[in-house]
Design a binder for this molecule. Sequence first.
Ligand SMILES: Cc1cc2nc3c(=O)[nH]c(=O)nc-3n(C[C@H](O)[C@H](O)[C@H](O)COP(=O)(O)O)c2cc1C
Length: 336
Amino acid sequence: MNLMERLGLRNPIVLAPMAGGVGTPALVAAVSNAGGLGSLGAAYLTPQQIVDAGREVRELTDRPFAINLFAPQALPELSETELALAIDELAPLHAALELPTPSLPAQAQEDFQEQLEAVLEARPAVFSFAFGPLPAARLEDVRRSGGLTLGTATSVPEALALEAGGVDAVVVQGSAAGGHRGGWMQDDLADTLELVWAARENTRLPLIAAGGLMTRQHVKNALEAGAGLAQCGTAFLRAHEAGTSAPYRQALAVADAGDTTLTTGFSGRPARGLKNLVTEQVRQPLPYPYQNALTRALRAAATRQGRPEFLSLWAGVGVWEGRDGSAMAILESLCP
Ligand SMILES: Cc1cc2nc3c(=O)[nH]c(=O)nc-3n(C[C@H](O)[C@H](O)[C@H](O)COP(=O)(O)O)c2cc1C
């Protein structure tokens, strides 16, 4: 299947889903209006927020767009000691922002099934997901609503597992990618092009390359390696339509090559972002999704107080090549 034709895209660019405020409906719609595929990162949204955001996108574009969720995670057992260590480690950071000692909220993650029902109600052209495979019945629900399903793989075995599970296409995420590692079983932290080549040899499904695609030439290389589309996140972080906060934007604007690292400090799952106090100091995070819930107050306060050293500054290795501008101008700069 040719994804561009199937989705009626004019450009082979997918705006990466970016949960947590960056991927606003305005950004999603701007990319779709410019002929790419905008993706709404809905993983942290409540079902009602997903329905509302989907409606907002539709008010701004009649072009296809995607909605993205995180596959549900079994909640790990937490010991008292583990919890105490994680809280002790965050306590001085909280104190620096004049916040009370952190505590775990009653609900660490949204209910996936309810989120998925909201996605089905929003009827996006594409439903993408990360952090695992989904049961065939859920994929069938999406297909019945008219949507294509995209899973995320960080290695060939994960791509094969997604294919066996019945997805329509696979996002292959190389190690340069900003944000969370999207796999669940085996992360090869591979070079994006090498992963595309290897996946191309082993699966017949359409591939979407992600990770470090910051220029026209990068996108061209990914397509030549065998990807049908290129998914770009970091390139759009400084788009005018993005919800990127002011301290986050400032940190991105001065970032150099080599300023990113993989950290589990914010969420308990590995994710790539700019190095800061949290990536340097947090060494004993709780497993996902607990650490994510535990650091939510810190991240919100840091945004309000303009303190990037406490923020999850998700960014890919190519961050130094990023620029500000309209989403349309950024998309045009990526089109081969
Ligand atoms: C700020 C940010 C948030 C992200 N959030 C998500 C997400 O919610 N779901 C998802 O599947 N991928 C997410 N990603 C990863 C992207 O889908 C993609 O793999 C990555 O942006 C590609 O690499 P690049 O950042 O070098 O372009 C996020 C990336 C960034 C930079």
